[in-house]
Design a protein around this ligand. Structure first.
Ligand SMILES: C[S@@+](CC[C@H](N)C(=O)[O-])C[C@H]1O[C@@H](n2cnc3c(N)ncnc32)[C@H](O)[C@@H]1O
Length: 321
């Protein structure tokens, strides 16, 4: 699951990430961060700002700020936009972050429920002249209508956030602008894929770097188009088609299987247990070679979790009957 394939000559995710940028801990791979750095260095024109949302320790922010510093148009960019990188982060530690800090040996008295904003600020200090940091729930953010040229989203962790970002930010993404969805080709967050694929006609898919997907906007999305909630209005059959459409963008068979497990979980959450079971059996048969190998512990873990969800749903259904 190390696929890196981007259809933009300026971006080579396999070139090394500078050491300064490696120093900030991140849940993203170096290749994904390399893509963000190159986008800001080579593709960013300064026609709009960069929205950088869900940054945790600030890895993406540091990539964007450093990319702008290396960008040949940096003077014009900084003249037009006082702070071209608009960073959003909730800033409160959750239990999985505590485990992340421990795993990565990051010293501190990390407690769930407390703020990590000071740590984030110190990590992005080298680029603070280019960054406007907003902490708190992004659902409360009001976008002033400035054009957005790059939008990086690792914040869409609930349907509510997804809808808020779609309505508040998406209509300002300009034609030719870039959209990066982290956590696209994986087994969670089905609503991110459903909503993105619902608007597929507005985007050109440029490629993938591990679980991240890169799109370019070819036809802006109007505010009116975001009034309707696709998750509430599309039929289940259509939502399943859109999940397949997202999966099929990846060239990586292991990513396909991860997305298929995600689809099974979505069916379970939708109360479609029989369909979920059938879909699971099909996915396992289609990818028997991958599942038969010891080289894919993440796939096996996802398979176990997905099978458990089916079993739990079956048990609950029997208890109710
Ligand atoms: C998966 S983490 C991001 C990882 C990060 N991109 C990195 O490189 O390590 C998701 C982030 O989104 C933030 N987040 C979740 N819900 C949010 C919300 N409603 N508003 C703002 N940030 C939010 C979390 O605090 C968390 O830091």
């Amino acid at each position: 699951m190390h696929t890196a394939r981007i259809n933009l000559p300026s971006i080579n995710p396999n070139s090394p990430l500078p050491l300064l940028l490696q120093a900030v801990p991140s849940m993203m791979s170096q290749r994904e961060r390399r893509m963000l750095l190159s986008l800001a260095e080579f593709e960013y024109r300064g026609k709009g700002v960069i929205v950088d949302a869900g940054v945790f320790c600030g890895g993406s922010t540091l990539c964007f700020g450093t990319g702008i510093a290396l960008n040949a148009r940096r003077n014009a960019i900084m003249k037009r936009w006082k702070r071209p990188v608009r960073t959003y982060e909730f800033g409160i530690i959750n239990p999985s972050m505590v485990r992340f800090f421990e795993r990565n040996g990051i010293e501190g008295d990390w407690k769930a429920g407390e703020s990590f904003t000071d740590f984030l600020r110190s990590n992005i200090a080298p680029v603070s002249d280019k960054v406007e940091l907003t902490t708190g729930d992004i659902c409360n953010a009001k976008w002033g209508g400035e054009p957005i040229e790059i939008m990086f989203l690792d914040v869409l962790k609930s349907e509510q956030i997804q809808l808020a970002v779609l309505r508040e930010f998406m209509p300002s993404l300009i034609e030719g602008g870039f959209l990066v969805h982290q956590d696209y080709f994986y087994d969670g967050l089905p609503f991110v894929k459903i909503v993105q694929e619902h608007f597929a006609d507005h985007f050109e898919f440029l490629g993938e770097v591990q679980s991240s997907a890169l799109f370019r906007l070819v036809r802006p999305i109007s505010a009116e188009q975001t009034h309707e909630d696709p998750l509430a209005t599309l039929s289940l059959a259509r939502q399943l088609e859109l999940l397949d459409q997202a999966r099929d963008r990846s060239v990586d068979p292991a990513r396909h299987l991860m997305c298929d497990f995600g689809k099974v979980r979505f069916l379970v959450e939708s109360g479609e247990i029989d369909l979920a079971r059938a879909e699971m059996a099909e996915a396992e048969a289609r990818h028997a070679d991958l599942l038969g190998s010891d080289s894919w512990p993440r796939l096996h873990a996802s398979q176990r979790v997905t099978a458990n969800r089916i079993r739990l749903a079956e048990r609950n259904a029997m208890a109710v009957a």
